[in-house]
Design a protein around this ligand. Structure first.
Ligand SMILES: Cc1cc2nc3c(=O)[nH]c(=O)nc-3n(C[C@H](O)[C@H](O)[C@H](O)COP(=O)(O)OP(=O)(O)OC[C@H]3O[C@@H](n4cnc5c(N)ncnc54)[C@H](O)[C@@H]3O)c2cc1C
Length: 458
């Protein structure tokens, strides 16, 4: 089977690239290849609560719909959340493409309810944050939700199929070059254009292929920190303003960038396994609520010449934390971290917060994470306490490590085309995004690159 356009990856980037081609009258054949199964077959044994390495490929992140849509499916409707569309588009174009992606999800059945920060309360929060040198970023969000995601993605797939797009699933692409891709069984598919959108799960593969072909890549910053857990009443006032409040802070001592991320109000902390090391994440469920709220508190780590390998650094931190935690995440109260002593179950029980994750080792995060990151976390939480009183109390729980690795970034032009003509990249796998909306937008831009070459748009 040959095709005019081969798209590798059926996540948001790949699906939106295909959609953009068909809605602009591209008349050639389009083939989407994904190593995962179709959307209805994605039955994750962990019910999309953690990456557990039981299925290969992992059903949480692989298959039609890609990663993320099934576990939380929160659309962050902002061009600078989950990537930075400002790298390729002017401000008006950035907002237009975000709305474009959002309206397509709604067209395919995403709930029409939009979470919009209350303007008066949000201005008040921004003022409070600014007074202590922090930024509050009010954003609109749409929650697709696990219960709707299969229907939305199935509608998306049917829309594409009805317009002649072919899907080749449970099929891994092993290599590519200008004009063809090669499947795992050695079969070669000829094409005029390739769009590579393999997501985080395919990032290492894409980086290896880029290296082989001489396509330029660079290391991106990673985010290293902790999952913070507090009684839910502490977050009530800010969650009222925004369901996933985002604060950006520059710390006092090092002027490092620290941010809140992935707030789970009345949710649970969960384990997450990265490259053989264990870390943490957070989730909320519709049916079960906890008395706590949790959020990631992450320090941005960038390395500059001559040592730029943030992935190796992140791996080393994860490994050290795994050693100190005896293979489990480390739990410590903020009070103990401040006083430079390890936590014990006895001291944790004396505190106000009951941990929602107990398969952990009470210990000393100060011995697991680099000193600079520990200082950033303490100072950052103390700044945040001015806006969310109680968040930096002694009994606040910290779980470590939480690490957000970023893929090697492929160097592209504004149409997502790297140095080899007619090969395009999009989404998280190419280091261009870190969230559903920006991933989808880069898929749209890659498709527009093809449409331009075909003379279908200017
Ligand atoms: C647990 C979890 C929760 C998340 N929650 C959210 C959220 O609420 N909101 C948000 O904005 N973002 C969230 N994200 C991030 C979001 O899922 C990603 O940013 C987004 O899915 C990236 O889209 P993508 O198309 O680039 O890649 P993906 O969605 O990862 O899709 C890539 C696809 O390519 C396929 N593939 C990879 N390599 C190959 C190959 N060699 N051959 C064939 N197929 C291949 C994979 O099987 C996969 O289906 C979450 C991520 C995770 C893991």
């Amino acid at each position: 089977m040959n095709a005019d356009v081969v798209i590798v990856g059926a996540g948001p980037a790949g699906l939106f690239a295909a959609r953009e081609l068909v809605v602009h009258g591209f008349s050639g054949s389009i083939l989407i290849i994904d190593e995962g199964p179709d959307v209805e077959e994605r039955k994750c044994p962990e019910r999309f609560t953690k990456i557990c390495a039981r299925c290969k490929p992992c059903l949480m992140v692989s298959g039609v719909g890609g990663a993320g849509i099934f576990s939380s499916g929160l659309l962050n409707l902002h061009p600078q959340i989950g990537g930075d569309l400002g790298e390729w588009l002017d401000p008006e174009q950035q907002w237009r493409i975000v709305e474009y992606v959002d309206s397509a999800f709604v067209e395919f059945g995403a709930p029409t309810r939009l979470y919009v920060p209350d303007p008066i309360k949000s201005a008040e929060l921004s003022r409070k944050a600014a007074a202590v040198g922090m930024r509050f970023i009010p954003i609109k969000q749409r929650h697709i939700g696990t219960e709707n995601s299969i229907r939305v993605i199935a509608n998306f797939r049917d829309f594409l199929k009805n317009r002649g797009v072919h899907f080749l699933l449970k099929t891994r692409v092993e290599s590519f070059n200008k004009g063809f891709v090669v499947l795992k069984d050695g079969k070669r598919i000829e094409c005029r254009y390739v769009i590579l959108a393999p997501g985080r799960s395919g990032a290492d593969w894409l980086a290896r292929e880029c290296k082989r072909l001489g396509i330029q890549t660079r290391f991106e910053p990673i985010d290293v920190g902790v999952r913070v857990e507090v009684p839910s009443v502490i977050l009530d006032p800010v969650v009222e303003v925004s369901v996933d409040p985002k604060f950006h802070i520059y710390t006092k001592t090092y002027r490092d960038f620290v941010r809140t991320f992935c707030v789970n109000h009345r949710g649970f902390v969960v384990r997450e396994v990265y490259n053989n090391y264990v870390g943490v994440n957070g989730h909320t469920f519709e049916s079960v609520k906890s008395e706590n709220s949790n959020f990631a508190f992450l320090v941005r780590v960038a390395l500059t010449e001559p040592v730029e390998n943030t992935l190796a650094y992140g791996d080393a931190i994860a490994k050290q934390a795994a050693t100190i935690g005896g293979g489990k995440p480390i739990l410590q109260t903020l009070g103990d971290l401040r006083r430079g002593r390890r936590s014990t179950w006895g001291r944790i029980r004396m505190g106000l917060v009951r941990p929602t994750l107990t398969d952990v080792t009470p210990g000393d995060i100060g011995m697991a994470l680099p000193h600079r990151i520990v200082i950033d976390i303490i100072e950052g939480l103390e700044s945040l306490d001015n806006v969310i009183p109680g968040v930096a109390s002694d009994s606040t729980l910290l779980y470590a490590p939480e690490i957000k690795f970023s893929a090697l970034r492929v160097e592209v032009d504004k149409y997502m085309e790297p140095s080899i003509e007619n090969i395009f990249v999009a989404g998280d796998g190419a280091g261009l995004s870190r969230g559903i909306v920006v991933a989808a937008a880069t898929g749209v831009l890659a498709a527009r690159g093809i449409l331009r070459k075909e003379g279908l748009i200017n």
